[in-house]
Design a protein around this ligand. Structure first.
Ligand code: MG
Length: 363
């Protein structure tokens, strides 16, 4: 039998939310529920314990009705000790509730390690050189060879870790430190930078961001009409430095704007011959790459096309498909509508075509 202890007794004060950070919503659920769900999805856990500060206990009971809520102490060591005393599994897995991105593979690795070696500590090799520092100076360079970043989950045999806690005489950095001090060398298991701990306010900015884009191009003779990368039969086309794909231009500006970046005129100036007659779909792929480099991906995109003629509805499925392919998202996440302006204004006089786009991007 395996018991999970989720440690949630801290105040999460460093995130500065005025409430425990484990109650913040990510992916539609609280951080606490997301961490819990990662473990329950493995089907390996038989008992759930959450250590909580008295102020949070009622709310945690409401969120996780299957879990036993145990009052924490003033230090992490005391809180975990209280959790261990309430545990009944032969194996206990201790995990920070503020690490909601833990994967099934990391959880299984810790549990397999405890079965084989008596303990399993999630850790990964340090990619950076570590040092001791004091008063703004490096006092000792530790290096990175054989250095690991320790995370949770940390899995133990209950009797061993309980024995280590009974000998604890102060606050230890974590459970593996106590185990090392009183029981023996803990065994490393799989860890990952993705299994990060949410500590500061910035850690919680995953966010969806929205942006708008608008573009107009004028009709001219002897030009192709390209909208969303689709060549549409028409006696006139749109004029511009590139292929004058007004739809794709509006979409690109919406995406760039959502990411807080500059507009397409900045990245692809019409004074640059490199962009003369270039396919705007190729530029859209570059915009997708610009966003990706900043950790953003399109979530969904919509575009409204204003044109008196030609009739666009037969081409809309192809436009959606093209945009979706360049954005690397499913076509159901691209919306394209077309309308006339009832003969009013420059659109109505058939002088050109305009497009409005909205993009939602996610980090
Ligand atoms: Mg344009």
């Amino acid at each position: 039998m395996i018991t999970l202890i989720l440690t949630a007794a801290g105040t999460g004060a460093r995130a500065g939310f005025g409430e425990n950070k484990i109650f913040k919503i990510i992916d539609g659920v609280t951080v606490l529920e997301k961490a819990y769900a990662a473990f329950s999805a493995t089907g390996l856990i038989n008992e759930y314990i959450v250590t909580a500060s008295p102020a949070d206990e009622a709310r945690i009971r409401e969120l996780l009705p299957r879990a036993k809520v145990v009052t924490g102490g003033e230090t992490r060591t005391k809180s975990v000790y209280n959790g261990l005393k309430a545990a009944s599994g032969e194996i206990v897995v201790i995990h920070d509730a503020a690490r909601p991105f833990v994967t099934e593979s990391i959880i299984k690795s810790a549990i397999e390690s405890v079965k084989k070696y008596g303990s399993g500590i999630a850790a990964y090799p340090s990619p950076d050189t570590l040092c001791d520092g004091s008063d703004g100076y490096i006092t000792r360079t530790i290096g990175k060879k054989d250095k690991y970043i320790i995370q949770t989950p940390q899995a133990f045999c209950l009797k061993d870790i309980l024995a280590a806690y009974e000998k604890a005489d102060g606050d230890e950095p974590d459970d593996s430190a106590l185990y090392l001090k009183h029981i023996g060398k803990p065994h490393l298991s799989e860890g990952s930078p993705q299994n990060r701990k949410l500590t500061f306010k910035e850690d919680f900015i995953f966010g969806n961001r929205i942006g708008n884009g608008y573009d107009t191009h004028r009709f001219a003779e002897n030009r192709k009409l390209i909208l969303g990368g689709v060549e549409i039969p028409c006696e006139k086309g749109l004029i511009g430095h590139s292929d004058a794909d007004v739809v794709t231009h509006a979409v690109m500006d919406a995406l760039l704007s959502a990411a807080g970046l500059r507009d397409i005129g900045y990245y692809f100036p019409d004074t640059d011959d490199a962009y003369k007659d270039i396919s705007s779909m190729a530029l859209l792929e570059r915009v997708t790459a610009l966003l990706k480099a900043r950790g953003f991906k399109a979530s969904n995109v919509t575009v409204a096309i204003l044109a008196e003629k030609p009739k666009l509805s037969p081409h809309i499925p192809d436009i959606k498909r093209n945009l979706a392919a360049a954005l690397n998202i499913d076509a159901t996440r691209v919306g394209v509508t077309a309308t006339t302006t009832e003969g009013l204004g420059f659109i109505g006089r058939e002088e050109g075509i305009a497009a409005y786009a909205t993009a939602l991007i996610e980090k």
